[in-house]
Design a protein around this ligand. Structure first.
Ligand SMILES: O=P(O)(O)OC[C@@]1(O)O[C@H](CO)[C@@H](O)[C@@H]1O
Length: 405
């Protein structure tokens, strides 16, 4: 353990330099597979293909090059997000920082960001769109939407619970993760299940918060996960559990399938085009967008290489204003608790103490980090011989019931 600036004990940060670890495999297996898939899916020209190859070589054998000063976000990456890793080896940098910067550099290599000599024809074109579109059009989404009819006879509490679990397990549908792993089938018991506390927070949300009834959902992946998230939000609005929702998505393509604003609109259209219960939810969401009760936010910090402890004041104020913030996915969890080798029994409330307001984390486990497990659960998982931290087959719901500031 090392001491943080505040004097609290911090576990060591995760780096990617140790062969055989999950983080190391992301660079040596996942990223090469990703770049192959990208160039198969989109007919990039020689310039983009060379840039992608050069990026991969740099990450594996070179040192971290800084963004050119003319890059639109150079002031961030060479300012508050610069943690002194330029000129050093990629795999020696903290995994969280380096992976985030890899996706930033990938946006330049594909022509999405920064001036290009080819006239900028690929500027602003989501490099991951072919994967996202295929997933959204797939039969899996039809089945997911049709399944909503199965909740018709359920009471409100049962529906809330089912939709929360849908949003939770939807996090398995992460196209980055699925590059090198299979999607787990069947839902396993949660490794931490604080649903009773989450239901309590939801039940009181309309009377709580600086903006009573405001619920924030920090989304993760587009496609099936975002559809599940939106179905949950439609239900929260319909039942009056939430008076308005802020849906935070990424401002730029990131971690393959992370949702950007265009993905939200595409998902709402897909839901609204469905028959029966899903179609009704889709129309409710469309109306909520028009009325400003469903607000989509894309803050630059959502693509930052840092934990939420370093978030700027305006984002902090958004979370602080809410009756409840729901944080989705593995990366958000890493950013929330710190991407560190925490002992699995480290109290969740302790590592999230700096987060403004009540909080629920919904996450399937896809990286080494975990906190807040009961000692017996952690021991049983360790004894199972399974790669339980990273195989995406386990999930958790954890809650911190702090009062909104
Ligand atoms: O945040 P998400 O979509 O749930 O997961 C992101 C992820 O696939 O990417 C990281 C490694 O690349 C891991 O944290 C995790 O497995």
């Amino acid at each position: 353990m090392e001491a943080s600036p505040s004097g609290a004990q911090q576990a060591p940060e995760i780096v990617s330099s140790v062969p055989g670890t999950f983080a190391h495999g992301v660079w040596t297996e996942r990223h090469p597979a990703l770049l192959r898939r990208l160039t198969e899916a989109t007919p990039y020209g020689p310039r983009q293909r060379d840039a992608l190859d050069a990026l991969l070589t740099e990450t594996l054998h070179g040192t971290v090059a800084a963004l050119p000063e003319h890059a639109q976000d150079a002031a961030l990456w060479n300012g508050p997000w610069d943690r002194g890793h330029y000129g050093r080896r990629w795999l020696q940098a903290p995994f969280l920082w380096a992976e985030s910067y890899f996706y930033r550099r990938l946006r330049t290599a594909t022509g999405y960001a920064d001036p290009q000599e080819d006239g900028g024809a690929r500027r602003g074109v989501d490099p991951f769109a072919p994967f996202k579109e295929a997933e959204l059009a797939g039969e899996g989404v039809d089945e997911q939407l049709a399944a909503l009819d199965g909740l018709d006879g359920a009471d409100e509490a049962e529906r809330t619970d089912a939709l929360l679990l849908g949003a939770l397990w939807g996090n398995r549908a992460d196209l980055g993760f699925l590059l090198t792993s299979d999607e787990a089938s069947g839902d396993r018991p949660l490794v931490a299940d604080e649903r009773p506390a989450l239901h309590r927070l939801l039940a009181g949300a309309a009377e709580r918060g600086v903006v009573p009834g405001r619920i924030v959902l920090v989304a993760d992946n587009a496609g099936r996960e975002l559809i599940a998230d939106l179905l949950l939000l439609a239900h929260l609005l319909e039942t009056g559990t939430a008076t308005e929702v802020l849906l935070h998505v990424k401002p730029h393509p990131y971690y393959v399938s992370d949702a950007v604003p265009a993905d939200v609109l595409a998902a709402v259209r897909r839901i609204a085009a469905a028959p029966a219960a899903a179609g009704r939810a889709g129309r409710l969401l469309t109306g909520a967008l028009r009325e400003g009760r469903l607000l989509v936010r894309s803050h630059p910090f959502s693509c930052a290489p840092l934990g939420y402890a370093a978030m700027p004041g305006d984002l902090r104020a958004d979370f602080a204003s809410a009756a409840l913030t729901l944080l989705k996915g593995d990366l958000n969890y890493r950013r929330l608790v710190g991407d560190r080798h925490w002992p699995a029994t480290t109290p969740f409330a302790e590592v999230t103490a700096g987060f403004p307001g009540p909080l629920g984390a919904l996450r399937t486990l896809k990286s080494e980090v975990v906190t807040g497990l009961a000692a017996s659960t952690a021991a049983a998982l360790d004894d199972s011989g399974e790669e339980w931290r990273t195989n995406g087959q386990h999930a958790l719901i954890q809650v911190r019931e702090a009062e909104a500031e």
